[in-house]
Design a protein around this ligand. Sequence first.
Ligand code: ARG
Length: 457
Amino acid sequence: MALWGGRFTQAADGRFKQFNDSLRFDYRLAEQDIIGSVAWSKALVTVNVLTSEEQQQLETALGALLEEVRANPQQILQSDAEDIHSWVEGKLIDKVGALGKKLHTGRSRNDQVATDLKLWCKEQVLQLLSAVRELQQALVATAEANQDAVMPGYTHLQRAQPVTFAHWCLAYVEMLARDESRLQDTLKRLDVSPLGCGALAGTAYEIDREQLAGWLGFASATRNSLDSVSDRDHALELLSDAAIGMVHLSRFAEDLIFFNTGEANFVELSDRVTSGSSLMPQKKNPDALELIRGKCGRVQGALTAMMMTLKGLPLAYNKDMQEDKEGLFDALDTWLDCLHMSALVLNGLQVKRPRCQEAAEQGYANATELADYLVAKGIPFREAHHIVGEAVVAAIAQGVALEALTLTQLKQFSPVIEQDVYSILSLQSCLDKRNAQGGVAPQQVQKAILHARQRLN
Ligand code: ARG
């Protein structure tokens, strides 16, 4: 039975009911709705709407319902209740009879759904935080194992300067650390209870809303009832966090997809996260990574959809707001999945060091070194840049690396070049010299690993 039958003489059209009902997705708020209802029943005792005995009875029945829901959440979908709030109230009335009908005193589904969703978001943030940290751990472990794996670093997808695989891993640790801090920030602002704001104007019962908030584990209660039932900033913020986090994961995926191509051939992905072709027997495709890259799109879409849904909505509650859930649920599920999948990909990843090294040695990634060498011998950088450019052209024409040119050949570009140039053209020297904070020098990478480890422990 619907919660609001009295005012109506005609039953809802079947199509409208299907269009209007939200149970098929908001059943995921069942636990939060029950926990919120227990807290509300306690508040009703403080204003003498319920006796302690009645409250006890309700709490026991709601506790039993919680167990049932935890054991089998899908059972909720069998019901034709309008939404999760009607479902919980209906079940409660089934269990305790008329007493169950007292629970909704002074409460509205508007403050109820706002509370349920915030409780759900808080739990999701904790899960996401732990997945973000887990992936950082996996990245740090991969960095630790690959500190001496030299590979080309790119700009414009052209080989630019040598880096190490460890340094690449640590770049993503930094991005994920920011994702982590964004989630923590979101959690702070979200941790405020709307319960007791009624439909829009506040509840007519003199409930201590701060106490009620505390019972639900919120840090405090909201300060304006109109805002409380209309606010979905937490959905927007979480979707923004997810959208940014997924951009990071899609770049991570793309880098590895490139490293895994036959052309680069820097890494071998585990059989456990790749799939084959139905036609071409030789294929081993990076599906896990492609899906991570691909799923980034739907998360951006969910953020945009929520922004557009809320844009221009008048205060206070409007049914439009029921559209907050599906996109949010899907986006956060997707983000969580992709975080786990990224860690799984890393755990089985093999870095092909000889091939990485070979690629780093090609492509004139040490050209900047030669320019710096000339600068050290007193040539202004702009001039040095030009000289090295000419040397690179000559080396390309001969199909060799800079360090393969003889001293006589090199001297043709600048007489200041001496035998000591060869040691600075080595990959190791290129790395060692970048020893300012955040650079690729082994000492800096070691420091970064240590710092990340300390933060993550
Ligand atoms: N299913 C609704 C939602 O998700 C619950 C609140 C309904 N409130 C109302 N007055 N119709 O937003």
